[in-house]
Design a protein around this ligand. Sequence first.
Ligand SMILES: Nc1nc2c(c(=O)[nH]1)N[C@H]1C(S)=C(S)[C@@H](COP(=O)(O)O)O[C@H]1N2
Ligand SMILES: [Mo]
Length: 365
Amino acid sequence: MTATNPFTSTERRPHVEGPFHAHELGLTGRNSGILLESLRHDVTPTGLHYLLNHFDVPYVPAEAGWKVDIAGRVRNAGAVSLDAIKLLPSRTLRVTLECAGNGRGLLTPRYPSMPWTGEAVGTAEWTGTPLRDLLDRTGLLDDAMEIAFIGADRGFDRGHEHDYGRSLKREAALSEDVLLVWAMNGTPLLPQHGYPLRLVVPGWYGMASVKWLRRIEALNKPYDGFQQISSYQYRPAPDGPTTPVTLMRVKSLMVPPGIPNFYTRARMLDAGPVAVFGRAWSGGGVPVSKVEVGVDGVWREAELEPRPGPYAWSSWRFTWNAAPGEHELACRATDDNGDTQPLEPRWDSGGFGNNVMHRVQVTVR
Ligand SMILES: Nc1nc2c(c(=O)[nH]1)N[C@H]1C(S)=C(S)[C@@H](COP(=O)(O)O)O[C@H]1N2
Ligand SMILES: [Mo]
């Protein structure tokens, strides 16, 4: 690879194979995934929730004085204080969030970015004001077709300097489930999760849920921020057409049974009945209809619990009669749209939306 100046090069980074680059390892040190064993918790303890920050976490010592600028195609533009937002009616929603890049590190070749394997997911109780209530008070003009959300973090990607920002179409933004959130699991947001205010867009991949929210702009044309049009686009062929990344795809994960090998994370367990436990979810409020567990390629249906809310993962259970030897366990979910997790990763140029089945290698003694 020829050395290019990352502040001026607007090229997409060339795909790589094999060993992970020091820059990828640097990103895995900054952005953590859930520990698979903590899938047991219905609500992920806050410190175990996954994390994805593109730039630096803004230093916000206190929420006093935090304001959100409301601008663009609205009747009443101006700054609204967080205090005023908190006085509006609030809701708490249990939401499973997953990073759109989850599984990127499993693709060959892969795009050099955060090389998630499968752990970029978590479920939290998010408390905030429906965005709709704020927009109703602000008054959207008839020609406002998109609402953009801008965070307080800024950086460069592929030569573009920008504040992290994303938009929603007017109709999506006006759903009562899109929240301006100030609390996670009953306590103020942690700095790394967007303190003091963030957006949470249930059912969507995580990139839509803009943290450190400081500006809301109503637009009469499509938002053209970098994270909207240049990143977060599916590209099944490197130079082919793109489609925007939006709702989460159906997915499942299991708590790896037994005890781990420290380095490989392969599992060791005793022969006999094993209670295998996991989670499954899909996007857009679509329920999971079925989870199957594969033992050495033979699939059987798991017992699926009803989900506790339209945006929260479901739990599932499966009893495996483990016989001595080497085995591969796998799980895959299907949702009410009839979408099923693929057995092989679907390649994507930017590494988005990889919802391949989850596989775990097990030694039974
Ligand atoms: N301002 C801002 N918001 C952001 C991001 C960011 O880097 N900056 N990352 C997004 C991405 S890609 C994801 S997956 C989620 C992660 O949210 P979490 O770190 O609270 O789990 O935040 C989203 N919101
Ligand atoms: Mo993400």
